[in-house]
Unconditional design. Structure first.
Length: 170
């Protein structure tokens, strides 16, 4: 439960004796508009504080959507497949050209260079939309070059760290 906290929005008063409890993902830093959250309970006067349900794992599709990768790009489908493969076998991150891209290409009846190019394009489009702010807010520092879009490897690594928190420590 350390990745989530309960919050009460500023200025919210219980209307009719009902207050919604919201779990907010704080893994990317401070709470801002657009940060994923969900209602986890309702609090009425005199009722005990409800238990917070277990947090469901984020899916690759949810993460890509939160980061802002456009659904209509081929690179989105390739990234989603790549993240699913990485979730099952994290060591694929060590061999993008030799192992990951060919595996994604096989799943989509494409070539490995086409997969690499489509992923690079999806990252570029995502980055250009807001200068990478949304990515930085959700994923933290992404690349060493300020203002430049991250490489495929940097982007996939940051997404994998979000999906597999234990990879951030090891």
């Amino acid at each position: 439960m350390d990745a989530y906290r309960l919050c009460f929005p500023d200025g919210v008063e219980a209307q009719g004796g009902l207050l919604l409890l919201v779990a907010v993902d704080v893994g990317g830093g401070r709470m801002e508009e657009g940060v994923p959250c969900r209602v986890v309970g309702r609090l009425t006067p005199g009722s005990p504080f409800p238990a917070v349900p277990a947090v469901r794992e984020e899916t690759p599709a949810e993460l890509l959507s939160a980061v802002g990768v456009p659904l209509q790009l081929r690179g989105y489908a390739y990234l989603r497949t790549a993240l699913g493969l990485i979730r099952r076998e994290p060591e694929l991150l060590r061999g993008l050209n030799r192992r990951l891209y060919p595996a994604v290409a096989q799943a989509h009846d494409a070539t490995a260079p086409a997969v690499e190019r489509a992923i690079r394009h999806a990252i570029s489009v995502t980055w250009q939309r807001d200068g990478g702010e949304r990515c930085r807010r959700l994923l933290g520092r992404i690349c060493s070059s300020v203002g430049d879009a991250p490489s495929n490897g940097e982007f996939l690594t940051m997404l994998a760290q979000r999906l597999l928190p234990e990879t951030a420590e090891g």
